[in-house]
Ligand binder design. Sequence first.
Ligand SMILES: C[S@@+](CC[C@H](N)C(=O)[O-])C[C@H]1O[C@@H](n2cnc3c(N)ncnc32)[C@H](O)[C@@H]1O
Length: 314
Amino acid sequence: MPFKINDTSLYHINCLETLGWEVTVCNMLEPEDSPCRNVLKTKSSFGSNLIGFLNRYIPFNKLGSFIEIGGGYGYISRDLLRLYPHLKATLLDISPYLIERQRETLGKDSASFINMDFFETVGDFLSGFDAAILNENLGDFPCACGLDREMLRGGSTATEDCGARLDETKRLINKYGLKLPEGDAVNFNTGAVLAVEKLCRSGIKYIYLGEHSCESEAPGWIADRIKIKPSGNPEKISLNGHDEYTVKFSHMVSVAESYSYVIKRGLFSDFIEFIYDGRMNFILTSNSQKDEHETIRQFIEDIFKYEYLILCRQ
Ligand SMILES: C[S@@+](CC[C@H](N)C(=O)[O-])C[C@H]1O[C@@H](n2cnc3c(N)ncnc32)[C@H](O)[C@@H]1O
């Protein structure tokens, strides 16, 4: 595979008109009558399940502000503000369409809305926030695809437009001693690693990150019913008008460690808990083609495929 940088920014700026094609876990749980919500122990939105869990690590009642980056329709910030209305909220998103949707969801006066590429934030902008939330967007950030060891040693076959990104990729790999998977043409989540570096450097006290992982494994008790395998190499996911890549979480952990953050890492199933009854057993073992069963099966696979990190500055 020839080297290239997967970059979704133009798609998000110019083409995105719905997230309907991207069935994010958050959006799957949004409708009150969602079949996915119905199988949960706590039958509520993604945001309220997430915040209930984050509370153990992040004292939202004592914080003053947060920033959500890439908030989609704005549901997580909405839920956070419902529970902690004293928080000063800022939502930053590259998509002009989605920033409008966020304004509609939250109400125009309840937060600040910034239409901007996260990688263009400069100076001490991020240091002003007590917490940052990034859910299901790290896979959208630039990914270096088809890297070979010769390129990393110095010999570059990158085209001019990829050159700066290749240099950034090398810098991150060398600076944080990141190990690449075996093979001749591997992928590297340059944007996700750079994002963690940017956030940690800014000194934000609490950071939550969630995304589909290329390192996740279902736990032993359910592993025979969940079709996911850790490849260790970011995998391409083709979506409407753009491709995303799964994220190598161990690389983000290495960066956060080097900034002395305390790290909690786990699967979405830690906070999206579902009821395992006879019906669920049937859905996961029968290969039933009924629409509702397929939706639930996909959702359950997702909550074992997605990982999160909670980073707390000491
Ligand atoms: C798949 S959606 C996830 C939305 C929401 N967080 C959720 O969990 O449903 C990805 C979001 O990240 C935003 N995004 C992608 N690249 C970005 C960038 N470079 N800077 C800021 N936002 C970005 C998209 O516009 C979108 O809102």
